[in-house]
Design a protein around this ligand. Structure first.
Ligand SMILES: [Fe+2]
Length: 157
């Protein structure tokens, strides 16, 4: 059922398209962070194993919130791995050649920074161009969460 919330269908569609890409990025980044949690090795294994878990727990909360934001706008959310791989800006890595925590951290940090840059563009677009200040505010919170996660990764390098 369409959401009657004072936004045109055209504007809502544009917001949903961007939120769906962000959802796909979060899904891929959560999977990559789980990969790091499972496969990291070295004398810092246990602390990094726990650290990566704390990060994918936050990402999984963001994923659920984002999917439900799309539903709040009256649209269905992408929900298959095939769709996420078509929509994401991020690249998966095999990660089998180097299992040191630093190698995972560098790669994850680049993904967080890329998501932060996309979020910043979306915030301005949603609010100033499309009049959806709710989604602008929603994405602002996600961006701030990524800024904190990126700081914690960066500090470990
Ligand atoms: Fe685990």
């Amino acid at each position: 059922m369409k959401a009657n919330i004072g936004l045109s269908s055209k504007n809502i569609q544009q917001v949903v398209t961007e939120l769906s890409k962000l959802l796909a990025d979060e899904f891929v980044l959560s999977t990559k962070t789980k990969h790091a949690h499972w496969n990291t090795e070295g004398n810092d294994f246990y602390s990094k194993h726990l650290f990566f878990k704390s990060q994918f727990d936050q990402l999984d909360q963001i994923i659920d919130d984002l999917a439900e934001r799309i539903r709040s706008l009256g649209h269905y959310t992408p929900g298959s791995i095939k769709q996420f791989l078509q929509l994401t800006h991020l690249t998966e890595v095999s990660g089998e050649d180097n299992n040191e925590s630093k190698s995972y951290i560098k790669d994850l940090l680049m993904d967080h920074e890329s998501i932060i840059i996309h979020c910043r563009e979306s915030i301005s677009h949603f609010g100033n161009k499309l009049g959806d200040f709710g989604s602008a505010d929603f994405v602002t919170k996600i961006m701030v969460d990524h800024e904190k996660m990126a700081f914690l990764l960066r500090a470990g390098l």
